[in-house]
Design a protein. Structure first.
Length: 508
């Protein structure tokens, strides 16, 4: 019964304001009812209004900006919304339907195309964890002479994850359309030309799936709440604007419920983009598994036959990140020393350190360890075979990410090897009895060399990966017990993150 609407748009188009306005349009049939009632505050709003004959500037706020941890108002030009967040509403007292609007970071970020790509990857990863989409809504401004270049990239990347059946779920919403008499204005021919140039198929753009709003009437309501005066002519204009936007809001919900077939997100659908996500999730589990097998192999070779180390991933109870700059704490684990990374909580900035936000990566689980007074579950031969299998698989996966999916310029596996070697080397410098860690650092260097040599061989063969073969390899490696347990922790951790950035409201 959940209606999922994915909201996409350029930075500054007003997605967060649109969500606020849209819900109030559904709640209040007229501006007078909204003014005398209690407007719904979904997302904090801040804007500048000019008043008086001398155009004095007044900062208008709706709700406490300081409490909005997902909105960054401090850096103009950058996407205010930092990560995907869902807003859930029970539509009315008689309906069991729940409306979920997914707010997303904007494209066309002033930090450049790299930040746009990062935001888009985050959006795609987010929706890949949903069961379905009812509508993919592109929010645009009317009278735009040209569309941001990333609009083309955005829709192309989106359909590298979804299939063509989702084309009919696309809708277009225009904000601030009062100035164009509630039409798309000059944006229409530009948008048509862009859609024709796409290679993904025919994207419908017609009256039925196009909706024109005027968020200015909502801003007027907010300004009234802040004591800003308006004359009767302005009031009359905004009343008409509100009424028109109410009609468009109801038409949009009706169109989605009656005219659009639900798009089921099939996680079994094989695609380059989905394989990319699955491999990216496997990087850390593969590296941690390699390191722990090496620990147990070293214990075996040191004739410590009655001791082994069990890797036990613990899912974080809320969304944390790991800082790539801050150094870990070191703890003893039998004859080994283990590095422990403190989970960092990030809002508009990190709550645990002063490092930049782009120095933090998601941390869905913490690898914990147990000393077992028993031999490893694997024989020496099995450990060696498993090491080679994981090493060579990591090279195949790295090639796919670098040369087939082209999703990264750097090899994430090799970066992980370098980081692990650096940590083990640091432990050897600072701990007096760290013979086993020294052996581990040497073994990791050997594995990293084998990984690099294998990758270089694949590059020399210059043979594109067969998608079916990649999926077979993904399935094989995912079924290794240590990898499987960590992947389950990643999946559970991502669910917790999505729930953390989900806000549910009472009936509207």
């Amino acid at each position: 019964n959940t209606i999922n609407i994915l909201l996409l748009g350029e930075t500054g188009v007003g997605k967060s304001t649109f969500i606020n306005a849209f819900v109030n349009y559904l709640k209040f049939g007229s501006l007078e009812k909204a003014r005398t009632g209690k407007p719904i505050v979904i997302i904090s709003v801040s804007f500048i209004a000019t008043v008086g004959d001398h155009f004095e500037e007044r900062i208008v706020k709706f709700d406490d900006i300081n409490n909005s941890n997902n909105e960054d108002f401090d850096h103009p030009g950058e996407s205010v919304t930092q990560r995907c967040k869902s807003y859930l509403f029970h539509l009315d007292k008689t309906s069991t339907n729940i409306l979920r609007i997914i707010d997303t970071p904007g494209f066309g970020d002033t930090r450049g195309l790299e930040q746009d790509d990062f935001n888009m990857q985050h959006i795609l990863e987010y929706i890949s964890n949903l069961t379905h989409l009812n509508a993919i809504c592109f929010l645009l401004k009317p009278n735009t002479s040209r569309l941001n270049i990333f609009f083309h990239t955005c829709i192309t990347q989106l359909f590298s994850l979804l299939d063509r059946n989702a084309l009919n779920n696309i809708i277009f919403c225009f904000t601030n359309s009062r100035s164009t008499f509630y039409t798309p204005g000059d944006t229409a021919p530009v948008l048509k030309q862009t859609l024709i140039s796409l290679s993904i198929g025919d994207v419908p753009f017609k009256k039925d799936n196009t909706f024109c709003f005027d968020s200015e009437s909502f801003r007027y309501l907010v300004a009234l709440q802040n004591g800003i005066p308006f004359n009767d002519d302005e009031k009359h204009e905004y009343e008409i604007s509100w009424s028109t936007s109410v009609n468009e809001s109801n038409r949009l919900i009706g169109y989605i419920c009656r005219n659009v077939t639900i798009y089921r997100i099939d996680n079994k659908l094989q695609s380059m983009k989905r394989a990319q996500f699955e491999i990216s999730d496997m990087v850390r589990p593969i590296l941690e598994t390699l390191r722990n097998i090496l620990r147990n192999y070293i214990l075996y070779k040191m004739n410590l036959l009655r001791t082994s180390i069990l890797l036990c991933p613990r899912v974080n109870d809320q969304f944390f990140t790991r800082c790539l700059v801050c150094k870990p704490s070191i703890h003893s684990l039998g004859d080994f020393y283990i590095a422990h990374y403190l989970p960092h909580k990030v809002e508009k900035k990190c709550c645990n350190c002063t490092c930049l936000l782009d120095q933090h990566i998601p941390m869905y689980y913490v690898p914990e360890y147990k000393i077992l007074n028993d031999v490893s579950q694997y024989t020496e031969k099995e450990m060696i075979n498993r090491l080679y299998e994981l090493c060579y698989a990591s090279a195949e996966f790295a090639y796919f990410l670098l040369y087939d999916a082209r999703s990264t310029k750097d090899n994430p596996f090799f970066i992980g090897f370098i980081e692990m070697i650096a940590i083990e080397t640091e432990i050897c410098k600072n701990q007096t009895s760290s013979t086993l860690n020294s052996s581990l650092a040497t073994a990791l260097r050997d594995i990293a060399d084998k990984h690099e040599n294998r990758l270089n061989d694949i590059v020399r063969w210059a043979k594109s990966s067969n998608l079916s073969d990649i999926y077979n390899l993904i399935n094989t490696i995912s079924n290794y017990d240590m990898v499987c347990e960590q992947l389950a922790a990643v999946k559970e951790g991502r669910k917790i993150m999505m729930k953390q950035y989900e806000y549910e409201f009472i009936r509207i």
